[in-house]
Design a protein around this ligand. Sequence first.
Ligand SMILES: [Zn+2]
Length: 306
Amino acid sequence: MKKLTYLTFSLFSIFSFAQEVSKERLHTVLETLASDEMKGREIGTTENDSAANYIAKLFKENNLEYCTGNSYLVPFDYKGKTAYNVCGVKKGKTDKYLGFSGHFDHIGMSKDPKDNIYNGADDDASGITTLVGIADYFKDKKPDFSMVFMAFNGEEKGMLGSKAISKDQNLDKIYNNMTTLFNFEMVATESAFGKNALFMTGDEFSDLDELFNKNAANGLKINPDPYASEQLFYRSDNVNFVKKKIIAHSFSTVDMTKVTHYHHENDDINVVDFDNLTQIVNNFGKTLEKLNPKNFTPKYNEKVKF
Ligand SMILES: [Zn+2]
């Protein structure tokens, strides 16, 4: 009887209190980024600029501060033209930072007469939606950690945006105090580990996953990388921060054995499991709320190559 009451209470808690960030909100953000109007958000296009401006607008709504200068847009050179990363800060009780990132650019248009737009809903509008969702979650809260939210550009052309911003000395005051960077890359679908679960690239290089899971709320689980031989740890935006010796991993739900939409026109809103994404965003928020610079000090081991 006791057990049953507990179970009932747990389910009640999950369904009634866990949805601080609504499914509708995440749907709106992802749908906008992955819309046909954005024409696949390729770097160097006006639609790529539109996506950057849209993310800046969301950061403003969440009362984030600028990372540098007088704009959320952080310029860098792309083939002699200006392209932008987007960066916003949430001040917490301490000046130790947790970072959250994803890439908002995608691969543009194709020549398929039936569907010529690479909407990139999973890759990586889902990652941007996740970091915006986390910023939403903390909008009216004061976490122990300060937080920095970075939407990278030019990932699809060789991780150009994350490389540029990682070297931007105006952000050194943040980087020098950054405990961890969580980079979200393709989190729209149910993982090979089921719902409410992600995998972490390079899990063998640090104890971040163990520390996170110890505090994880509502059964959220970070799993080891099932595709470790692909070396995704060294092939995603997080690597530009690994080079700075910041604990930086990518988090994904993509099931490599099943995925058929990767860099195809059908990576559109229909592939997104919004119930799962909403659950992950809220449980991430709840978990992060428990972390502070004393109980969360992940470290690399000697296996990592900087
Ligand atoms: Zn991607």
